[in-house]
Design a protein around this ligand. Sequence first.
Ligand code: BG6
Length: 511
Amino acid sequence: MPTSETWSNPLRAEHDKRLPRIAGPSGMVLFGITGDLARRKLLPAIYDLANRGLLPAGFTLVGFGRREWSKQDFEDYVLEAVRAGARTAFNEHVWARLAEGLHFVRGNFDDDAAFDRLAATLTELDSTRGTGANWAFYLSIPPESFSNVCHQLQRTGMAEGHGDSWRRVVIEKPFGHNQDSARELNEVVNAVFPEEAVFRIDHYLGKETVQNILALRFANQMFEPLLNAHYVDHVQITMAEDIGLGGRAGYYDGIGAARDVIQNHLIQLLALVAMDEPVSFSPRELQNEKVKVLRATSPITPFSETTARGQYTAGWQGSEQVVGLREEEGFDPESQTETYAAMTLGIQSRRWAGVPFYLRTGKRLGRRVTEIAIVFKEAPHQPFGALDTASLGENAMVIRVQPDEGMLMRFGSKVPGSTMEVRDVNMDFSYSEVFTEQSPEAYERLILDALLDQSSLFPTNEEVELSWAILDPILEYWAHHGSPDEYPAGTWGPRSADDMLARDGRTWRRP
Ligand code: BG6
């Protein structure tokens, strides 16, 4: 007779998932090496992976850029980025080994000779570093350059592996500025790399707490029965940041909060919270469920009432006096770019019909916090005196993505004493109190997954295009109706965002 253990866990003996997953022989070519992202996130993440022993011994990183750099200059640059940004302690031995695999090739994206040199360099490195001719090309560059780089990789034969070797492309956002441009970019990339070799980065999917949404929902019995229109009143997905946009004008002016954050991070969070259970966590099954829910998602109209946007003006961020967006260096003094965006989405499915999903994001808000709050309906009948429940709010389940990662359940409880007074209490699970393991940085996880050919945490071309399809009508409406409302730095956004929820008889949570 099989025991219940055998029934419930047929795979347990086969594969212990706690064993570290180490990338096989491989290397990476990084385009956009001098960019902010490479310096702050990618280079430190590569060092941290090496320090954790998750990269192959001969791992090789080739930087491609316009600077007149020797190998030593390049090493110095990477070392500085690592020293400033790595999360693990600096280890001379690990660094020395990583530095041996650092190489730099100088050139422009339209320079044939430079790409010929790059191809020759990779061939040479395959024989000297044991990279197995396996290369990931990381495009941390503006989308206008994707076409040039993909074309060059194809022309020089670098885009294709030979025999057992593989070639992959890892792409940073922004992935277009609307659905049409995203589709065009997908065509450009897919003409050179088959979809299974394309890894589009949404770094939110690399965050532990975002992956934990799947664990909370599908490893437990107690939450899932409640997550539907019978019990849920509405969902609020918030990504608030206290930072301003100084130094990011080149990228951000004309782009705005909805394109920068809602199209990718927040819509991905919505998909993970709202999708049905996937058959497995294989890339295809997971992506199928996300695509299904995204297809059913659309913005609620009229946009004059269901959306809000704002731009920060000068104000106080804590004890620091800060300037408004239009005074930030490099921004157009007449800039119409929104730094705050809020919108109401609906999901046309049996599970979610009639439940609004409110999404909001903004810069220079009260504090930095990302959370998903699932707010429940009132109990249908409350056998209490009206005064007893005067301090009872709505039940809520709040998944805190960052900082202070964890989950909070809010419900009513009797206040000790001789009456039946009920008041809200919180039950709080905090990662830092429960686990001793440190969470890896999102980029560590994603770079490792790309090297390991694990694509579950990367949105497909279809997901990207569907996300734009959700957003496009709102962007179109905004483009032709007025301008962003003002809000002083350090507050929680424009009044119009509060009015938007008040019309539905609701309020935003103050995290
Ligand atoms: C990026 C956006 O994708 O995410 C930035 O372009 C934003 O504007 C950043 O600041 C936030 O990331 P995180 O991981 O700090 O929440």
